[in-house]
Design a binder for this molecule. Structure first.
Ligand SMILES: Nc1nc2c(ncn2[C@@H]2O[C@H](COP(=O)(O)OP(=O)(O)OP(=O)(O)O)[C@@H](O)[C@H]2O)c(=O)[nH]1
Length: 215
């Protein structure tokens, strides 16, 4: 899969400042530190396009990345970070809620969860919202390199059950550290975008079975 052009468009706090909604958007949601920025960098094959940090709560604005002049990947601020004031938490929640409920160009919301942990209450709420609003409910299990193969399989099943994912919804393990799994994410997103955009043919590939190389 080749990305011809991936541009960081900017960080925005207020709806009025967001780019004109003239292209489909795919939003990435998840709790702080789940690995959203790392995954975006891996997907776009860039080291530092999205800022990553071991300190949770780095992403406090909504970041837009324009891909191939055809759609936006949208990095939402991570929720569930305990060490910020209640006021700040509410303002993040408000920002995410406003974006998700009012953005006319939103086509899909992808939920990221850390594969090592059971989904939090907020993850479950987010997934419920995603389902209720008619999105496909692609779930990404991050940091797959941290678990053995058998433990990962077990955890994927647990996450699926706890989120109440329907049979047809996909859960995809990824490791940004090992650069594994992002092709499958692209495939899942391409399925959503194909009817709406002129995506390049390079995206049109059979989904390969991903073999994560773990210790
Ligand atoms: N082992 C491992 N660590 C990862 C992986 N992805 C991210 N990390 C680490 O997890 C931490 C958080 O990653 P980020 O990508 O900044 O997470 P984020 O979800 O954007 O965080 P916020 O800015 O808080 O929303 C960093 O220390 C990353 O290096 C992965 O696939 N494997």
């Amino acid at each position: 899969m080749i990305i011809k052009e991936a541009a960081f468009v900017g960080s925005f706090v207020k709806m009025e400042q967001y780019p004109v909604p003239d292209m489909p958007e795919i939003a990435m949601a998840g709790r702080s530190n789940v690995g959203k920025s790392s995954l975006i960098n891996t997907m776009l094959n860039r080291k530092k396009l999205a800022k990553t940090s071991s300190t949770p709560g780095k992403t406090r604005t909504i970041n837009f990345y324009k891909i191939n002049q055809t759609f936006y990947l949208v990095d939402l601020p991570g929720y569930g970070y305990a060490k910020v004031s209640k006021k700040e938490r509410e303002s993040w929640g408000g920002m995410i809620g406003t974006y998700l409920s009012r953005r006319s160009s939103l086509q899909e919301v992808v939920l990221l969860v850390d594969c090592r942990h059971d989904p939090s209450g907020e993850d479950k709420q987010m997934y419920e919202w995603i389902q209720q609003h008619g999105f496909g409910g692609v779930v990404i299990a991050t940091k797959a390199d941290k678990l053995s193969r058998s433990k990962l399989t077990q955890q994927l099943r647990r996450i699926r059950n706890q989120l109440g994912m329907p049979k047809e919804a996909v859960i995809l393990p990824v490791s940004s550290l090992k650069k594994e799994g992002s092709e499958a994410v692209w495939e899942a997103l391409a399925d959503k975008l194909k009817p709406l955009t002129d995506l390049p043919d390079e995206l049109d590939r059979d989904l390969e079975t991903i073999e994560l190389d773990r210790q």
